[in-house]
Design a protein around this ligand. Structure first.
Ligand code: UD1
Ligand code: UDP
Length: 388
């Protein structure tokens, strides 16, 4: 079992991530560690669960992993990836002997890295802990991944009071839970003004997004694959025909189970723009331009309320109900008629306001205040020394 970081040397956390959203949400934590070299010397490890979509984020935040496990395979299976990730992170823990392992969220990387840490009795710090739908099949397999990590986590960084309450209800000791806010808001605040200043550059890259009426779309949830996704895509085609003046910008996720059906059902519609995954800064700018966001993404549900757009969530359940309860987002599921009706109504409402009127309506984001990373690093340093 690794030893305490003695008071005379910095703490050595192994910070592990593998996908686009983990990189976006972990970058503020890594940058915060790098600002405190006397206290913390992170070992940054990418599992490479994602490849291109991860590179799109790390370059922007200026982060180069110390270790890149390069695990991604085209069309990878959950079992194959889990097994490879568990073995590979295990070797890193053996080599590096970290004081703790830090994971973020609910992906396969998170579940496997947490298990590897547990087998070596290395304390786990779980960033974005405690989000729950209560249904193991939605989001699938993420609800399971997050719960597995939660069972073996020592330090739970819950973004909101609700996520802390979910952990307490499962019997987690209150002294191991801190409410930190979500680091996705740290990342967003780091970027949004910067990208507004790059307006001319991004207008040239995404000319369709300069229209007065823009709908931004993302979708990749496994539980929607098949009929659910087909229904969402048919709704988008209906909407494109109903609103020829509106431009529908759809950065398509690289998962072949997404790319295939999206191109099959939406190619050829003049006002539907199927583009590759956007780099994070461009995506922030696109969210800022759009009046309506139609998404099943976890991170986008958290970010979009900061930008004053209508957020319609193509899921039946969400582990992030705070925005829905605050009236900042709405679950529309995968029902074709409902999606068409609610997007159409939201476009009518949006058309009555100027962009600056929409921006002036922005309220406090329920997921965070932009200072989550500093709280997480403070607590990690303090508590990992106590735990080891
Ligand atoms: C994963 C996460 C999901 C998260 C999503 C964020 C799991 C089980 N799923 O889903 O929770 O919301 O990332 O985007 O951990 N691919 C590429 N290049 C890339 C990334 C993916 O080609 O940069 C393709 C590959 O064919 C790969 C496939 O997408 O095999 C699936 O990737 P995977 O990470 O297994 O699942 P996602 O659907 O991306
Ligand atoms: N995002 C991005 N480019 C895109 C789509 C999304 O940079 O083309 C960002 C978005 O700003 C958010 C994160 O990726 O921070 C969400 O990732 P994703 O939807 O892949 O995963 P989830 O959050 O659902 O796990």
């Amino acid at each position: 079992m690794p030893n305490t970081a003695p008071p005379n040397r910095p703490l050595r956390p192994l910070i592990v991530f593998g996908t686009r959203p983990e990189a976006i949400k972990m970058s503020p934590v890594i940058l915060e560690c790098q600002r405190r070299p006397a206290q913390v010397a992170p070992i940054v490890c990418s599992t490479g669960q994602h490849r291109e979509m991860l590179a799109q984020v790390l370059g922007y935040f200026g982060i180069t992993p110390d270790i890149d496990l390069g695990l991604m395979k085209p069309g990878q299976t959950l079992t194959g990836l889990t097994a490879a990730c568990l073995e590979a992170v295990d070797s890193v823990i053996v080599d590096q002997k970290p004081d703790c392992v830090v994971v973020q969220g609910d992906t396969t990387t998170v579940m496997a890295a947490a298990m590897a840490a547990f087998y070596h009795r290395v304390p786990i710090v779980h960033v974005e802990a405690g989000l729950r739908t209560g249904d193991l099949m939605a989001p699938w397999p993420e609800e399971f991944n997050r719960r597995v990590a939660g069972i073996i986590t020592k330090l739970h960084c819950a973004p909101t009071q609700r996520s802390a309450d979910a952990l307490l209800a499962e019997g987690v000791d209150a002294k191991n839970i801190r409410i930190t806010g979500n680091t996705v808001i740290d990342a967003l605040l780091h970027s949004v003004e910067k990208e507004r200043n790059e307006d001319a550059k991004w207008r040239a890259e995404y000319p369709a997004a300069t229209a007065d009426s823009v709908v931004l779309i993302t979708g990749h949830r496994r539980e929607n694959f098949g009929p659910g996704m087909a229904s969402i895509l048919d709704a988008i085609a209906d909407l494109a025909r109903l609103h020829p003046e509106t431009q529908f910008i759809y950065p398509v996720h690289l998962n072949p189970n997404v790319k295939g059906p999206v191109h099959e059902r939406l190619a050829g519609l003049e006002n539907v723009h199927l583009v590759p995954p956007a780099d994070y800064p461009q995506f922030v700018w696109l969210m800022d331009r759009a009046s309506v966001v139609l998404t099943d993404s976890g991170g986008v549900q958290e970010e979009a309320p900061s930008l004053g757009n209508a957020v319609l969530v193509t899921r039946e359940k969400t582990e992030r109900p705070e925005a829905v309860e605050a009236g900042l987002a709405e679950l529309v599921g995968t029902n074709r008629e409902l999606i068409v009706r609610r997007v159409s109504e939201s476009l009518v409402v949006a058309a009555k306001k100027t962009r600056s009127e929409r921006a002036s309506q922005v309220v406090d984001n329920p997921y965070g205040d932009g200072k989550a990373a500093a709280r997480i690093v403070d607590w990690m340093i303090e508590d990992c020394q106590r735990m080891n």
